[in-house]
Design a protein around this ligand. Sequence first.
Ligand code: CMP
Length: 157
Amino acid sequence: MVTAIDRETRAWAVLEHRAEWVDALRKVPILAGLETGQLNRIAGEVEKRKAGAGAVLAHQGRREREFIVILDGTARVERDGKVLAHLRAGDFCGELALIDGGPRSATVVAESPSVLLVMKRGTFVRLLDSAPDLRKKILVTLCQRLRDADATLAALN
Ligand code: CMP
């Protein structure tokens, strides 16, 4: 039989777990500027996922709709089999297909056992709408990636 005290204990456990999760999310650079209320909501919507070395996190050309933050581990970004970039803890990927609605621009492969924070499109879009700091961080990263791509192209000519 489940008593009221059991229920209360369980409710506290859930709350404590949620508080730990919120503290962990606060340490993720892209989420660092969010308010506690926003972090609380995200904590209830995102998924923490493990990936082994070699696991494919995003498939070039596919219409996948997840935004991924690497909490631990490393990954490489490849297009047509050529390595474009390396990602590490705190970096994110998967924003392009969510922002423009197109297919994945590249394949992302875990290079070591990794822990990921995975966000569905709805949560990501709501955050973009409601969190200017996060929006700016994503824009700055996109600009850096464009500059890197330009530098690579220039070096080829
Ligand atoms: P998306 O196109 O949704 O899926 C593949 C992801 O790889 C892409 O979003 C970006 O997050 C990431 N990506 C693509 N090109 C680069 C790049 N040149 N440097 C770093 N990351 C990239």
